[in-house]
Design a protein around this ligand. Sequence first.
Ligand code: PLP
Ligand code: COI
Length: 365
Amino acid sequence: MSGGDNLDFEIRPNPAPVSDADRSALLANPGFGRIFTDHMVTVRYADGKGWYEPLVAARAPIPMDPASAVLHYAQEIFEGLKAYTLPDGGVAMFRPDANAARFNQSAARMAMPALPVETFLQSLHEIIRVDRDWIPSDPEGSLYLRPFAYASEVFLGVRPATEYLYLVIASPVGPYFSGGVKPVSIWVSPDFTRAAPGGTGAAKCGGNYAAGLSAQAEAAEHGCDQVVYLDAVERKYIDELGGMNVFLVLDDGTLVTPPLTGTILPGITRDSVIKLAQKAGRRVEERPISLDEWREGAASGRVREAFACGTAAVITPIGVIKGESGDFTVGDGGPGEVTMAIRQELVDIQRGRAEDPFGWVHRVL
Ligand code: PLP
Ligand code: COI
């Protein structure tokens, strides 16, 4: 391909790829984000020149000057999406165009150059093609794709950099939470907030995750799998988890989820759940949810189920909520019926096992 926004990727196959036997052993129990494929994508950017040198080559360390701007001021963004093996042996990605759009929204917030959507999509096609043998074929597995970009300019002044590097790496993964689909426990962070109005909460930038690590560590100290953040202004309303959006299921079947006001990540799984639920005639409310509403609803039975959703976590039931103002359990603490039905419906579409009413499945091979 050439011309317009399309770049011609040079493909330099890894001269020493992992052997078939070693790869099979790694794929038997990949975990999450621990093992990586043989290749990576790189595309460079410079002001005045645009995006250039699109390359697929052996995955390798990136030489980096210690004064690279990203190491100092964290001008970095990323995405996360999955490729799946289809029943006919083909391969598809789920809504990669939505990730491309969000990548550019994150770029705009972090004063970084937009990457043409075509280049983003093509880069994913290229790595899937060259590393297709790394895509797990088991029913829980997938190839997690991690596109990201950072300020590579060697400069310590504080201003948007003039040079960037875009990369894609790929990681065969199993479930994000080990132990299959079982409810997770979440910790209400009393001290830390994730994002304030006007901040970077809606951007997928590394800094948001760095800022959340203390809260995540605190959650782990309290025996919880994840942290849930309250809003930064009133410390009253649920925002989201460290790496997932949140939904409640009410006793009349209504789904409730916090609105997109700029402080939470506009999750693609969140959007997919909303669209599928509405199509099925289910009521969906995007509105503030206070922790008190959640706690009181769990006690009264008004809140029947709760779940977290995201690319890595798919849809994961939430069982117990712990915090300084007391612990409570949603439903009987087990996976909810509505949660599991929505999960099944979504996963079946993602894996090409069910009709795809919104055209979300993007076949690659
Ligand atoms: N919220 C945060 C903070 C995340 O990191 C993620 C994961 O990407 C999500 C929500 C869910 O987004 P998505 O469904 O697009 O993966
Ligand atoms: C994802 O679901 O893609 C995420 O980014 C969550 C976490 C792994 C950061």
